[in-house]
Write a protein that binds this ligand. Structure first.
Ligand SMILES: Nc1ncnc2c1ncn2[C@@H]1O[C@H](COP(=O)(O)OP(=O)(O)O)[C@@H](O)[C@H]1O
Ligand SMILES: C[C@@](O)(CCOP(=O)(O)O)CC(=O)O
Length: 907
C-alpha cells in the first residue's frame, strides 16, 4: 500500500504488522505493544540507504510533478513514518501529527458547526476548557460540562440530533476520575448515532489505553507528554478508524498548516521507542508515591489505590494506572510550601517527561479556569499534582518526605517513631515548635532510650559451605545480645561493650569523618560493597588510638561507627550505646550477628528508618514472660531493613559472611538459608519441627576468629577446587536430606528422625574436619560425647577452630546420663549448656508507657526493699533505671530482668 498523502483523497490506511506464521505448524503470537513501540519499520517506506533511524526530510518542497510528496504542509516522508507508527500502536487505521495537543483538539473541534452541542467533562485540562469556551462564544456551539465519570449524568444531555460530540478524558487531569469510555460510547451511539465520541488519551498514552478499541471515534494525545517523554518538543497526535472523519481531519490540517515539522516528527519517533520502559518505571514509582502519601493520611487521587472509586472500570479499559497522581493537604498555603520545598520534583506544568514534576493545578495548569467554576467543579485549591518520572524511586520519596517535613505537613511522632501527618491548620504551629525544639544545632534531640535484643544461633548443618552457596540449616538459641541507647544530648557519642573487656569510648559527634561518606537518602539502599574510604577514615580518625591488642573492640566500634555515619547523617543523635550479651563472644554461636543486629536496629530507630506499629495489639500479662510472645509485632519490611544493615555490620566484622547468622538473629525460629549469587534459589525458608529437638552446646573456650577461618576455607577452595568442591557437594546432600527429614518428621517417625540426624551430624563434622576447621578441643568434646554410655553425635558449629560443639540429645537420654556428661565436660574445662532452639528473633522493648511493666521497676543493687518514697528520677524516666541495671545485672539475671521490663515487640 502506498503511503501517499494526496490532498484530494488524503485517507491512507496503515497495516498493523502482525507477523506471518513462520511455518504452518508453528504460528507466531502477535508482537506485544512494547515491541511495537520500538519497531518503527514501515515495509512500504524502505529507506534507499537502509538507514536504521528514520531520516529527517527537512525540506519544505519536493521536486517534480505528481510524485508522492510535493509540499511539507500536505505531506512529508518523516511525518508519514511517524503517523504510520502511531497508528500501529493505537489500534488505528489513520494517525495525524500536528503541532501540539491543543492543535489536535482545534482540528477536531473544526468538525463542529454552529448550533451543535458538545458534552464535555467537568474536570478538564485548563487549555481544553479555554478552547471550548472560545468555540462556545465565537462559533455558537453549546457546551455542557457534566461529570462524565457518571454515565447517568451524561445521558440526560444526549440529544438525538443536536449532540455532535462527546469529549471525554479518563483518568481526568488532575483529579484522576475515571469515565467508563466503553459504556458512554455505547450509550451515545444508541441515543445519537451521528455524535462523535472523542477521547483525550494524554494521561494514559496508547501504551496503557487505546480508546478506539472501546468505541471512541477519534482519540487525540498531547504527544508532548508520554509519547515523546523528554519535554523537548511539542506535538499532538490524532488517531481514528473512520474514513469520513479522517478525510475531514486531513483537510483541516492541510488547510490551516499546523502539521508537525519534520525535525519534531523525528524526535517524537525517537521518543516513542522508549515509551514502554519509561511508563513501566514511572507507573511503578507512582504506585509507591501514592501508597506512601495515602499511608500518611492524605487524600490521594490515583487509580492504583484500592479505595479509588473508579478502579474497577479503569482496570477494565486500561492496561495500567499511569504516572500522574494528585493529593490534598487541606491547606492551600501548606500545599504551596510543599511544592516550593521539593528539590528533585521540578515545579512545572505539563507531565509525561522523564523528570518528575510537581505543581498546583489551581495556580498553574488550571489557572485559566475561573476560581468560581473551579470551586463548582470540585477542584480543590490545595490540590498538588505529582507527575512521576524515571528517577530512582527512593530519591523521589526521600525528596518528597523532606518537602513534607520542611513545610510542616508531617512531623515526627516521638511515640510512634515515625512521621505522621500534622492536622491541617496545625502545620505552621507545629513547625515553629519543632524548630524551637531542634534549636539552631543540626542535631536533633533524642527523647528516650531504645532497648533492643537479638538471639545467637546454632548451625546444625552447612556452616562454611553456606559461604560457597550450600544450604545451611540453623536456628536461634536462647542466648541473646542486648543493646541499649540512652540520650546524651551533649554533642557526644559513646559506646560501652561490656563483654569486650569492658571497652568504653566517647567521640565528639562533629569530629567524626562525615565528609568521607556521601549521605544516604532516607529510602536509599546501601550498595553491596562496603565503603572502604569511610572504613579507612574511621580507622584513621575515631579509632586511631586502638592498638592491635584491641581487635575485638575495634571491629565492633568500627561496625557501629560505620552505620552511625551512614545512617544518621541528618539526625546525628547524641546517644550512649551499651551492649551486653548472654552469648559467649567468638564461640561460633553468632555473637557477631546478634551484636550487628542490635547495633543496626538501634541506629535505624534513631534515624527513623525503622518504625514501630502505632497501636500494638493488647497483651495479657501471663504472656509477658514468654520469649516468643509478641512475634510478628514488627513489620516485615522493618525486619528486612534491619537484616540488610546487620549484614553490612557482619561484613565489617567478619569479612565474607554468608548472611545466615544475621538472618537467624533477625527472624529467629529455624530456617534453611541459601546465599544469593550461586545460580539457584536463594534466601531463607522457615522450618518447623526443629524447636522440639534438644541440643547440648559445649564451649571449648578456645578463642578463634571467624574471619580468618572463613578466609582459610576460601583459600583452600582456590587451591584445591576439586577436593573442596566434592566436600561442598557432600554437605549439600546432607542439608537437603536433613531438610526433607525435618519437613516429614511426623510421617517419618520421631525415632527415625533422631537417628538420621545423628548420622548426618557425624558426617557433616567429618567434612568440616577435612576443611581444616576443627580443633583438638572440639575433637575431645566429640569423643567424650560419642563414648559409651552416651553414644551421642557431635559436630562443631559455626566457624570452628575452637568455639562451640553441638550435640543432639535423643528423647530417651536419661537425666543421670546428662548429669554425668555435664560434669565430665566441665571437669575437662569446657562450658556445657543445654539449650532450646527456635525462639524469637529481633525484639524491641515497646516504648509505649502502657506497655512498660511498672511493677518490675528496678531495685538498685544493694537495696533489699524498694525505698518507701519512690525516687523521682527513677519513676519519671524508666531509661535511668534501665541503664543502671543493664550494666550491673548478673549474667543469669539479665534475660529475666529484660523480659520483665514490659512488652517486647518481636519480628
Ligand atoms: N557483645 C558484644 N559486644 C561487642 N562486640 C561484639 C559482641 N559480640 C560480638 N561482638 C563482635 O563480634 C566479634 C566476634 O565475631 P565472631 O568471631 O564471628 O564470633 P561469633 O562466632 O560469636 O559470631 C567480636 O570480636 C566483636 O567484634
Ligand atoms: C562459618 C560460617 O558459616 C558461620 C559463622 O558463624 P560464627 O561467626 O562462628 O558464629 C560463616 C557464615 O556463614 O557467614
Amino acid at each position: 500500500m502506498s503511503p501517499t498523502i494526496d490532498t484530494k483523497s488524503p485517507v491512507v490506511h496503515h497495516d498493523l504488522p502482525t507477523p506471518d506464521p513462520e511455518s504452518p505448524t508453528r504460528t507466531r503470537q502477535p508482537y506485544k505493544l512494547s515491541t511495537l513501540c520500538v519497531a518503527v519499520e514501515n515495509p512500504s517506506m524502505k529507506d534507499q540507504y537502509g538507514s536504521s533511524s528514520v531520516p529527517i526530510y527537512q525540506s519544505a518542497t519536493f521536486k517534480g510533478v505528481g510524485n508522492e510528496y510535493d509540499y511539507s504542509r500536505s505531506g512529508n516522508p518523516t511525518r508519514s513514518h511517524l503517523e504510520h507508527h502511531i497508528a500501529k500502536i493505537s489500534s488505528a487505521a489513520r494517525a495525524f501529527a500536528v503541532s501540539s495537543g491543543m492543535a489536535a483538539l482545534d482540528v477536531i473541534l473544526r468538525l463542529l458547526r454552529p448550533g451543535d452541542e458538545i458534552i464535555a467533562g467537568d474536570d478538564l485540562y485548563g487549555g481544553t476548557n479555554r478552547l471550548l469556551t472560545f468555540i462556545r462564544t465565537h462559533v455558537g456551539v453549546t457546551v455542557h460540562h457534566v461529570d462524565t465519570t457518571d454515565p447517568n449524568a451524561v445521558i440526560p444531555f444526549i440529544h438525538p440530533t443536536k449532540t455532535a460530540m462527546v469529549l471525554l478524558e479518563s483518568p481526568t487531569n488532575p483529579l484522576l476520575k475515571i469515565a467508563d469510555l466503553a459504556l458512554i460510547s455505547k450509550e451515545v451511539k444508541e441515543r445519537a448515532p451521528n455524535a462523535i465520541v472523542v477521547v483525550d488519551n494524554t494521561m494514559m498514552s496508547p501504551y496503557l489505553q487505546r480508546p478506539l478499541e472501546h468505541g471512541a471515534d477519534i482519540v487525540y494525545d498531547s504527544a508532548t507528554k508520554y509519547l515523546s517523554g523528554h519535554h523537548d518538543l511539542m506535538a499532538g497526535m490524532i488517531t481514528c478508524n473512520r474514513d469520513d472523519l479522517a478525510k475531514q481531519i486531513a483537510f483541516t490540517i492541510n488547510s490551516v498548516g499546523n502539521a508537525l515539522t519534520p525535525i519534531d516528527c523525528f524526535l517524537l519517533l525517537r521518543g516513542v521507542k522508549t515509551m514502554a520502559v519509561r511508563m513501566d518505571r514511572q507507573q511503578a514509582t507512582s504506585q509507591l508515591v501514592a501508597t506512601y502519601l495515602h499511608s500518611l493520611g492524605f487524600k490521594v487521587h490515583y487509580p492504583g489505590l484500592p479505595d479509588h472509586p473508579g478502579r474497577e472500570i479503569h482496570q477494565r479499559i486500561s492496561d495500567g494506572n499511569g504516572a500522574v497522581l494528585s493529593f490534598e493537604t487541606g491547606d492551600k498555603e501548606l500545599s504551596e510550601k510543599i511544592v516550593g520545598s521539593t528539590r528533585l520534583w521540578g515545579i512545572s506544568v505539563s507531565f509525561g517527561c522523564v523528570n518528575s514534576l510537581i505543581s498546583m493545578p489551581c495556580v498553574m495548569s488550571h489557572a485559566s479556569i475561573d476560581p468560581a467554576i473551579r470551586a463548582a467543579r470540585g477542584l480543590p485549591e490545595d490540590l498538588i499534582r505529582l507527575c512521576v518520572g524515571i528517577e530512582d524511586s527512593s530519591d523521589l520519596l526521600d525528596d518528597l518526605e523532606h518537602a513534607l517535613v520542611d513545610a510542616g505537613a508531617i512531623a515526627l511522632s516521638a511515640q510512634q517513631n515515625k512521621y505522621v501527618r500534622v492536622p491541617p491548620g496545625h502545620a505552621a504551629l507545629n513547625k515553629a515548635v519543632e524548630q524551637l525544639a531542634i534549636g539552631s544545632s543540626n542535631s536533633r534531640g533524642v527523647e528516650h532510650e531504645w532497648f533492643v535484643s537479638a538471639p545467637g544461633k546454632v548451625i546444625l548443618f552447612g556452616e562454611h559451605a553456606v559461604v560457597h552457596g550450600v544450604t545451611a540449616i540453623a536456628a536461634s538459641v536462647d542466648l541473646r545480645c542486648y543493646g541499649l541507647t540512652t540520650p546524651r544530648n551533649d554533642g557526644k557519642l559513646s559506646a560501652h561493650f561490656n563483654d569486650i573487656n569492658d571497652f568504653q569510648a566517647e567521640w565528639d559527634i562533629e569530629s567524626l569523618p562525615w565528609g568521607a561518606s556521601a549521605p544516604l537518602g532516607h529510602h536509599e539502599r546501601h550498595p553491596e560493597d562496603l565503603d572502604q574510604q569511610l572504613i579507612e577514615a574511621i580507622h584513621a580518625g575515631p579509632l586511631r588510638e586502638l592498638g592491635p591488642d584491641k581487635d575485638q573492640a575495634r571491629n565492633a566500634a568500627l561496625a557501629f561507627l560505620y552505620m552511625y555515619i551512614k545512617l544518621t547523617n541528618a539526625e546525628r543523635p547524641s546517644v550512649h550505646f551499651d551492649v551486653r550479651a548472654t552469648l559467649p563472644v567468638g564461640a561460633g554461636l553468632g555473637s557477631s550477628a546478634s551484636f550487628s543486629t542490635c547495633a543496626a536496629t538501634a541506629l535505624l530507630l534513631l534515624s527513623h528508618r525503622v518504625t514501630l506499629p502505632s497501636i500494638p495489639p493488647p497483651i495479657s500479662a501471663e504472656h509477658l514472660h514468654l520469649s516468643h510472645h509478641g512475634r510478628h509485632a514488627l513489620e516485615k519490611h522493618n525486619a528486612e531493613e534491619a537484616n540488610r544493615w546487620a549484614f553490612i555490620a557482619e561484613k565489617i566484622l567478619h569479612g565474607n559472611p554468608s548472611g545466615v547468622d544475621n538472618s537467624v538473629a533477625v527472624f529467629g525460629g529455624a530456617l534453611t538459608y541459601n546465599r544469593p549469587g550461586f545460580g539457584k534459589p536463594s534466601g531463607m525458608e522457615s522450618i518447623q519441627g526443629f524447636g522440639s529437638l534438644r541440643f547440648l552446646l559445649t564451649n571449648s573456650k578456645v578463642p578463634r576468629d571467624t574471619k580468618k577461618l572463613v578466609a582459610g576455607v576460601g583459600l583452600m577452595k582456590q587451591e584445591q577446587p576439586e577436593v573442596v568442591g566434592s566436600i561442598l557437594d557432600s554437605i549439600e546432600n546432607i542439608s537437603a536430606q536433613a531438610k526433607r527429614s525435618l519437613a516429614d518428621s511426623t510421617e517419618f517417625g520421631r525415632e527415625n528422625l533422631l537417628r538420621d540426624l545423628s548420622v548426618m551430624i557425624s558426617e557433616n563434622h567429618k567434612h568440616l574436619v577435612s576443611l581444616g576447621v576443627s580443633h583438638p578441643s572440639l575433637e575431645i568434646i566429640r569423643e567424650k560425647t560419642a563414648a559409651p554410655p552416651y553414644n551421642l553425635s557431635t559436630k562443631l558449629t559455626g566457624a570452628g577452630g575452637g568455639g562451640c560443639a553441638v550435640t543432639l540429645i535423643p528423647d530417651d537420654f536419661s537425666d543421670t546420663s546428662m548429669k554425668d556428661l555435664l560434669s565430665e565436660l566441665t571437669e575437662c574445662g569446657f562450658d556445657p549448656y543445654l539449650t532450646s532452639v527456635g525462639g524469637s528473633g529481633l525484639g524491641i522493648l515497646s516504648p509505649y508507657p502502657e506497655h512498660r511493666n511498672t511493677s518490675a521497676k528496678d531495685i538498685h543493687p544493694g537495696q533489699v526493699t524498694p525505698p518507701e518514697t519512690p525516687d523521682e528520677a527513677n519513676t519519671s524516666d524508666p531509661g535511668d533505671s534501665i541503664k543502671a541495671s543493664f550494666e550491673t545485672k548478673s549474667l543469669l539475671e539479665l534475660t529475666g530482668w529484660a523480659q520483665n521490663l514490659g512488652k517486647w515487640l518481636y519480628v
